[in-house]
Design a protein. Structure first.
Length: 338
């Protein structure tokens, strides 16, 4: 267990190293001058040059990268060119909204995808199996932004039953701040009208964000379950007189979950990345929307800080998945011979 943790922490350092290089170089090769953006279109060349010197953009690239790495080591993601605030503080402000959206999308993907994948594998060739495969194909084929726009067109523009953007209706104050997650804060403080309004605003973006990962879970779990259910030990369990669902849940699902843990972990990480598109479509005030506006304004520190945070979260999630896999299957050696 300790060896796995050490290996993954070393991987985290390597990932951060390569991500830092990639983001730094991308920020430097993208057309546009952030100093010009700050100074404005009518600023003099002297003003622009002064800003470039203040930001360190007139230094050689190795020097700029060295300063960037030193700042990262101290937890400093730089200051946003647009907001003039530390990027870490901006991300801390927007993170609860993204976490709320991603968490509920993850819950929906699991709550629908796992049962549907199990039933599709058990009832192979049935109507449920065909529905599951259609759901999986649709989720993997339809672009998230297109699906989100269709949801808005149907449920907001056509029927007017659900809001199309934001976290709360205009005129309704947010709940007292506890965690920054509106549904949780509203429930903890007893603001039930706010809670219901938050839930309404969550429905469409959660459906749009969760559909792709739901499809991945259905497809992978169906395949894994079918493989496990065809094994000899499952046939032996059935021949011993155990009920069908006891065999499925105790022997089939438990063994099928070992490869699924990694899939679920990757799905959660993908939800964080997919939130960028979803938050833009639904004008959700989270990190994804923040980084899109940063891209439009050539706010390189904000873009680089967002990328670093997502990379860290992604690797930590995979570390947790590896530890769960090790607990479920102690024979796993992670490439080390016994």
């Amino acid at each position: 267990m300790l060896k796995v943790i050490v290996q993954r922490l070393a991987l985290l350092v390597m990932v951060l190293f390569f991500v830092s290089i990639a983001t730094f170089l991308m920020a430097r090769v993208v057309p546009g001058d952030p100093a010009q953006v700050i100074a404005g279109p009518h600023a003099s060349a002297q003003t622009v040059q002064a800003i470039r010197h203040q930001l360190g953009l007139d230094q050689p690239l190795p020097v700029q990268y060295g300063d960037y790495v030193v700042s990262l080591a101290h937890g400093d993601l730089g200051s946003s060119i647009t907001t003039q605030h530390p990027v870490a503080e901006d991300l801390k402000t927007y993170f609860p909204a993204t976490l709320e959206l991603v968490f509920y999308a993850f819950v929906v993907a699991l709550a629908v995808g796992v049962p549907l994948g199990i039933v599709a594998a058990v009832k192979r060739g049935s109507a449920v199996d065909y529905v599951a495969r259609i759901v999986a194909i649709g989720g993997l084929s339809l672009p998230t932004f297109w699906f989100g726009l269709v949801l808005i067109l149907v449920f907001y523009a056509k029927f007017g039953v659900l809001p199309s953007s934001g976290r709360l209706s205009s005129g309704l104050p947010p709940p007292p701040h506890v965690t920054g997650i509106y549904t949780l804060d509203a429930a903890l403080t007893g603001y039930w009208a706010t809670f219901l309004d938050c839930v309404k605003h969550l429905i469409l973006p959660v459906l749009a964000l969760s559909y792709v990962q739901l499809a991945v879970i259905v497809r992978q779990l169906r395949s894994s379950m079918m493989e496990v259910l065809s094994q000899d030990f499952v046939r032996t369990a059935r021949a011993s007189g155990l009920s069908t669902w006891t065999v499925i849940m105790r022997f089939g699902l438990r063994n099928a979950l070992v490869p699924m843990v990694t899939v679920v972990a990757v799905s959660f990480g993908s939800l964080l990345g997919g939130a960028v598109v979803t938050e833009t479509v639904f004008d959700w005030p989270g990190m994804g929307n923040y980084v899109v506006h940063s891209i439009q304004s050539l706010d390189f520190p904000a873009i680089m800080g967002f990328t670093i945070v997502i990379a860290v979260v992604y690797v930590l999630i995979n570390l947790i998945a590896d530890l769960i896999n090790l607990a479920l299957n102690p024979e796993v050696r992670y490439g080390v011979s016994s």
